[in-house]
Ligand binder design. Structure first.
Ligand code: ADP
Ligand code: LRH
Length: 474
C-alpha cells in the first residue's frame, strides 16, 4: 500500500489530497483546498502562483509520512526562469487578452494545416504557442516550465517538462513524440528554453527539506501533469466503447484512442489529440463548460449552487439556447449580460430569472456535448455505449440528465475527484503497486467508487429541433 499526495490544481480551485492506494484500496482525503482563479493586476490577468505554492506546502505539511508527491494542473500556461532559476514575472492567465488576434497572425506564417499535421492540436487562442508569440521573450529567459513543472521545480530544484502537458503547447510533435524543433525555430524561440521531457511515472527529484519543511527523501513523481490527462486515467470505464466528459471549469468532451487522428475532418471540426498516460491519445474538444455558470454566480454574488440548480430544474425547457463556445464567453466578465446579448443577436428573448439563465447554460452545454460527441465518433470511427462524466460537474444531476437526453446514451457520473485519483494511481504504480495497465487502474476506481446512472429520457426530436435552432443545419 502506498501513501501519496496529489496536488490537483483546477482553474477554479486547488487541492492537496492524501491518497492511500493498494491492490484493492483507493481512498482520498482532502488535506487542503484553496481558491484559484484569475487576478487582474495593471490590466493583465495572472495566476497567483505564490499563493498556490504556499497552499500546496500547507497541505503537504499536514500529510504525515508520504511515499510520493505528484502535481497536475490546467494546461497551456507557463513560467519563465532565468539562468539562475529565478522566476521572470508572474505567470499570465490563459484568459488574458494579450493573445487577442495573435493566432491569426501566427497562422499567416505557419498554415493551420501544417500546424495540425505536426501537433494535432485544436486551435484555441490561448495555446502556449500563441501566448509566446504575443510578447517578446525576455532576454534573460533561460527555461520555460509548465505550471506543474514550475511547482515541482520549487519543491525539488529539478527541471523537466512532463509530456502530457507539453502536448498542449502546440510546440510538440505528436508523431515524433518530442518538441518540434522546426516550429520552435520558426517562432523565433531559442531551442534551449524547452527542457527535456519527462514521462508520467518518472521521478522529477526529491522534495528539498529546507525549502519545503517536509521530511527528507520524498520523491516528487511526474504524473499525467495535465489535469485532464490525470482525470482520463480515472474514467471508470470497461473496454474502449466509452466517451468521457471531464466536467469542471471546462468540459473536455471526447474519446481515448491508441493513436492521433490527423485528418482534415478532425482539423476542420477542431478536435485535439492531446497526450494521455501510457501513450494514449485524448481525442477531444474543449467545450466552454461550467465557467459560464461560475462567472454568472460571481456577478450575481450567489454561491447557492443547489438553489440555482433547483430553480433551473423548474424553469421551462428549451426556452433560450446559446452557443457556449462563442468567443465572447472566454474572458471573465458580466456573463449574464453577454448571454442576453447573444439572445438578442439570435432573435431570442433574454432569460427572465436566474433559474432561466442557468437552465439556458445547462441545456446549451448539453447540446454542445451532443454535437461534439457525435462528431468525435464519426471522425474517429468509434461507437460508444456509455458516456462517463467525471470531475466537479458530475455532481450536477440536472446537467447529467440533460446530457444523457441530448446525447442519447446512458451517462455514468463520477468520480468527482477524477484528476486527483489519476494522479495518485500513476504515482502508486511508479512506486511499485502492480497496475499492469490503465484497465487495472480503472477497475480499481470502479470497485472503490459508486457511480450514478442517468438514462436518456424525453423526446430525441426536441434535441434535434434545439440543435437546428442554435447551429442551423450545419
Ligand atoms: P476545476 O478542476 O476546473 O476547478 P472542478 O472539477 O472542481 O473544476 O469542478 C468545479 C465545478 O463543479 C463548479 O463550477 C460547479 O459548477 C461544479 N460543482 C461543484 N460542486 C457541485 C455540487 N455540489 N453540485 C453541482 N455541481 C457542483
Ligand atoms: C482543464 C484544462 C483543459 C485545458 C484548459 C486550459 O482544467 O486543463 O484541458 O484546455 O484547462
Amino acid at each position: 500500500m502506498k501513501r501519496v499526495a496529489a496536488v490537483d490544481l483546477g482553474a477554479s480551485s486547488g487541492r492537496v489530497m492524501l491518497g492511500e492506494v493498494g491492490a484493492d484500496v483507493l481512498e482520498l482525503r482532502e488535506l487542503n483546498r484553496f481558491w484559484n482563479g484569475p487576478v487582474r493586476v495593471s490590466g493583465r490577468l495572472h495566476w497567483d502562483v505564490l499563493h498556490l505554492h504556499r497552499s500546496i506546502l500547507e497541505g503537504l505539511q499536514a500529510a504525515g509520512p508520504l511515499d510520493g508527491i505528484g502535481i497536475d494542473s490546467w494546461a497551456v500556461d507557463y513560467g519563465l526562469l532565468d539562468e539562475s532559476g529565478r522566476l521572470l514575472g508572474n505567470p499570465v492567465h490563459y484568459r488574458d487578452s494579450r493573445t487577442d488576434g495573435v493566432m491569426e497572425r501566427v497562422l499567416s506564417t505557419i498554415p493551420a494545416t501544417e500546424l495540425y499535421a505536426v501537433t494535432g492540436l485544436q486551435q484555441l487562442p490561448f495555446n502556449t504557442i500563441y501566448q509566446l508569440a504575443a510578447e517578446k521573450l525576455p532576454v534573460d529567459a533561460a527555461r520555460l516550465l509548465m505550471i506543474p513543472d514550475l511547482l515541482a521545480y520549487w519543491l525539488t530544484g529539478e527541471i523537466g517538462v512532463e509530456r502530457t502537458n507539453a502536448s498542449t503547447t502546440q510546440l510538440y510533435d505528436v508523431l515524433a513524440r518530442d518538441w518540434s524543433d522546426s516550429l520552435i525555430s520558426r517562432l523565433g524561440l531559442p531551442r534551449r528554453i524547452l527542457p527535456g521531457l519527462l514521462e508520467p511515472g518518472d521521478v522529477v527529484g526529491t522534495a528539498l527539506p529546507d525549502e519545503t519543511g517536509l521530511a527528507p527523501g520524498i520523491p516528487v513523481i511526474a504524473v499525467g501533469s495535465h489535469d485532464t490527462a490525470s482525470a482520463v486515467v480515472a474514467v471508470p470505464a470497461v473496454g474502449e466503447r466509452f466517451a468521457y466528459i471531464s466536467s469542471g471549469t471546462w468540459s473536455l468532451v471526447g474519446l481515448e484512442l491508441d493513436a492521433p487522428v490527423l485528418t482534415d475532418d478532425a482539423r476542420e471540426a477542431n478536435f485535439t489529440n492531446e497526450g494521455g498516460v501510457d501513450g494514449r491519445t485524448r481525442f477531444l474538444r474543449n467545450v466552454m463548460g461550467l465557467w459560464i455558470l461560475q462567472e454568472c454566480q460571481r456577478v450575481w454574488g450567489d454561491d447557492d449552487l443547489p438553489g440555482l440548480l433547483r430553480d433551473a430544474a423548474g424553469a421551462p425547457p428549451f426556452a433560450v439556447l446559446i452557443d457556449p463556445d462563442a468567443p465572447e464567453f472566454l474572458a471573465p466578465g458580466n456573463m449574464p449580460a453577454r448571454i442576453e446579448e447573444q439572445c438578442r443577436a439570435t432573435g431570442q428573448d433574454a432569460p427572465r430569472s436566474r433559474g432561466a439563465v442557468v437552465r439556458c447554460i445547462l441545456e446549451s452545454l448539453a447540446l454542445a456535448y451532443r454535437r461534439t460527441l457525435r462528431a468525435a465518433q464519426t471522425i474517429a470511427d468509434r461507437e460508444v455505449d456509455v458516456l462517463h462524466v467525471i470531475g466537479g460537474g458530475s455532481q450536477n444531476e440536472l446537467l447529467c440528465q440533460l446530457t444523457a437526453d441530448a446525447c442519447g446514451v446512458p451517462v455514468l457520473a463520477g468520480p468527482v475527484e477524477a484528476s486527483a485519483l489519476g494522479n495518485v494511481l500513476v504515482q502508486a504504480r511508479a512506486l511499485g503497486e502492480p497496475f499492469p495497465d490503465l484497465s487495472a487502474m480503472r477497475a480499481l476506481v470502479r470497485s472503490t467508487h459508486s457511480l450514478r446512472r442517468f438514462d436518456p429520457q424525453g423526446k430525441p426530436a426536441d434535441w434535434d429541433a434545439a440543435e437546428s435552432r442554435v447551429f442551423g443545419t450545419r
